[in-house]
Design a protein around this ligand. Structure first.
Ligand SMILES: [Ca+2]
Ligand SMILES: [Ca+2]
Length: 404
């Protein structure tokens, strides 16, 4: 690709997405070096050393098209027919057709607690969706005396006649329900063998529950498709919610995805300067709130991860924070150079971030500043990248290779 083509690609981006940068902000040309945003972003851990191998690019290698405006989108998943389901945090599920930009409400969703970080959350297709229409949704449910907690439900999507959900039933709950409206986590990943699902469960801004195996806050759980604890979990013999837990010591894991080799990765919203990408391994303690490469808001110290401390260190971390909202692993054809890599959406970082995955090693590779808070990254059927912006004036963006 020539320099002219790269610059042309960049100008197309600015026009179509209205992002207004890089030229308007005076920032260095779009794509970052491996060190991220000019050295402010640190990556770490033994696995992240000797990163690079990634050439600096002069412009973004993608063009951005605004597919549709949609308020408060939280999660998106494509159907086999090319349409996509999108959740809206206040409690609406819609069927979006990229061919027409049409948005159709899908009734049958639950009543949700829409407050703070809570509302309607993730939507993912079940392993047998093609034959039975089964899918999983997550949302925040009210408890007694003003408490709340995330739940996961299973339902059937019916596309004969008007699209609708049928047979919604709750299969998993955060326990206990507590006060507050933050750190629900509640993203879902179906295991590659189609026999279990993994759910991220934030620590609800309560800190110590993340170190307590007697609840399922601050953990990643592994469940059978019906929501019961999956056989073979690390603490299966303890029963109760403990039998659900796959890993713990998590703060607010908002992204989770498998790579093609079956490794499980998550992105986690850390405290001040402690955002993470983690390789998720069974029985491991990821350290929150005992250790973090960041500190408490306001600056109070938290010991950093250190070798031999008994806690699983992150594969990649950010200081200052970028607020990772989601994580997906790319497997498409349109960007063959990125196949097998993870993409992270950044809220406060207002960026799309590529993390290069090589086996069980992860290295920060690209940070593309977009000037908008990014709520989720998803892959389209033909291999395009799709972004959900965050907030009331959000848009759904489609990324395709830059012209040239
Ligand atoms: Ca999704
Ligand atoms: Ca620290």
């Amino acid at each position: 690709m020539t320099l002219v083509a790269l610059l042309l690609g960049a100008s197309l981006v600015a026009c179509s997405a209205g992002a207004g940068e890089p030229a308007a902000t005076g920032q260095p040309p779009a794509t970052s070096r491996p060190s991220g945003t000019g050295g402010d972003v640190r990556t770490g851990g033994p696995s992240a050393s000797g990163s690079s191998g990634v050439q600096p690019l002069l412009a973004r290698p993608f063009s951005v098209t605004v597919a549709v405006a949609l308020a408060h989108p939280w999660s998106m998943t494509f159907l086999p027919d090319g349409r996509a389901l999108v959740t809206q945090q206040p409690g609406t599920l819609v069927l979006f057709d990229p061919a027409t930009a049409g948005v159709t409400p899908v009734p049958g969703v639950p009543t949700v607690v829409y407050a703070g970080q809570g509302g309607l959350g993730d939507v993912v297709l079940g392993p047998t969706f093609a034959s039975d229409g089964g899918l999983y949704l997550s949302w925040v449910e009210a408890g007694e005396a003003g408490t709340a907690g995330a739940v996961v439900g299973r339902a059937t999507l019916r596309l004969d006649g008007s699209p609708r959900l049928e047979g919604l039933s709750v299969i998993w709950r955060q326990e206990p329900k507590v006060s507050g409206a933050g750190h629900f986590g509640h993203r879902i990943a179906v295991a590659p063998d189609g026999r279990t699902i993994f759910v991220t469960s934030g620590e609800r801004q309560k800190f110590d529950p993340a170190q307590d195996l007697g609840n399922n806050l601050g953990s990643i759980v592994r469940l059978d498709l019906d929501g019961s604890p999956a056989p073979g979990n690390p603490w299966a013999d303890r029963g109760g919610v403990t039998a659900q837990i796959w890993s713990y010591g998590h703060r607010n894991p908002l992204g989770i995805a498998f790579d093609a080799a079956g490794n499980l990765w998550s992105s986690e919203m850390g405290p001040q300067g402690g955002d993470e990408v983690n390789l998720v391994l069974p029985g491991r303690n990821y350290g929150w709130p005992r250790v973090s490469n960041g500190s408490h808001y306001g600056g109070a110290d938290i010991p950093d991860h250190a070798p031999g401390d008994g806690f699983q260190a992150p594969s990649v971390w950010w200081n200052p924070s970028i607020s990772p909202s989601s994580l997906m692993v790319y497997s498409g054809a349109l960007f063959p150079q990125w196949r097998g890599d993870a993409f992270v959406g950044a809220l406060s970082g207002e960026a799309l971030i590529r993390v290069h995955l090589d086996g069980t090693t992860a290295v920060l590779a690209d940070v593309w500043k977009l000037g908008r808070r990014i709520r989720e990254v998803e892959q389209g059927p033909e291999g395009s990248l799709w972004l959900l912006e965050d907030g009331a004036d959000a848009r759904i963006l489609r990324l395709t290779p830059a012209v040239g």
